[in-house]
Design a protein around this ligand. Sequence first.
Ligand SMILES: *Cc1c(COP(=O)(O)O)cnc(C)c1O
Length: 370
Amino acid sequence: MIAAMSDAASHPSLLTVDLDAIAANYRLLSERLSPVPCAAVVKAGGYGLGLGPVARRLFQEGANDFFVATLDEGVALREILPQAEVHVLNGLLPGTEEIFNRHNLVPVLNDLGQIERWRRAAAERPLSAAIHLDTGMNRLGLGPDEQQRLAAAPDLLDGIHVRLWLSHFACADTPSHPLNAAQIADFRAVLARLPKAPVSLANSSGIFLGPEAHFDLGRPGVSLYGGAPNTESPNPLKQVVHLQGRILQVRQIDRGRTVGYGAGHLMTRSGRLATISLGYADGYLRYLSSRGRVFIGGREAPVVGRVSMDLISVDVTDVPEDDVLPGGLVEVIGPHQTIDDVAAAAGTIPYEILTSLGARYHRRYIGLAE
Ligand SMILES: *Cc1c(COP(=O)(O)O)cnc(C)c1O
């Protein structure tokens, strides 16, 4: 009992990650893709929710193909999942060939120079790779000129076992955007001129564009974690994150007084404020100053004034006093406001809300893999 109390006292705000919900989202995305298999993108530490717990649970759920961004993430994931296929999206930087090999990681080759270096590393035994063909992002991957050169000289791939031809949508979260169909057409055209191998295009929102976007492997990230695939239809995914801020103080404040740095909020009536233990250092974005809100017993309490590093103030005048007591918890993300809602209020996307979730929260997992 004492241990439980001191635990709560030393960890002011509470982040609960529902791995059962991630598993349910993986199943829903798999059904959408069926019969095409579903990979899992777990870059940035499982979109900020914890690489180990997230990856282990997805593997238990049947995911076998994983994608991370950086080589370090790949090495960390290899420790966690000795059996899985681990692809490193950011590519093969010079001098890292040996690390990829030692940890049995699959590089996503992003230009002809990377292909050439992997071919040399494959002189003794064939090595697996994914190859990224850029079809409209103009970010990573072989551009049109390099694609033509590769198609004209397939021996550039000698010794390389192409596990996957990969491309990435720029506008899949806007289903009606013409670039979606254009990317599919361009991808098909270049694939027809390259050696046969499995093909992957769709991220989370791409999966919801329908079968012509599915090819041989889906590659969702944000929708595993509850983020809406687009804003044009209701979000079919389960919420994964429950973030609760702890009430530190409740104070009475007179009409005419101001609140916080810069005197950013003027009290136009007398009322009560609660000071909550989270701020921009915890990823509660400063843009939410006078824009965010929390829920207490299902009632809304607006953020008033500026978000501080470690604190926010919320107006609880309209919340019953018994519901607002020091030590109590308020909902910051949860059933009354999803990561999509918080992202909209903060002028950003759920990806940034998730990957900003701070290191100071006490993290609790529901449904850890056995
Ligand atoms: C991040 C990423 C994904 C996953 O995208 P979501 O929109 O989160 O589903 C898939 N493919 C590539 C290349 C990525 O960088």
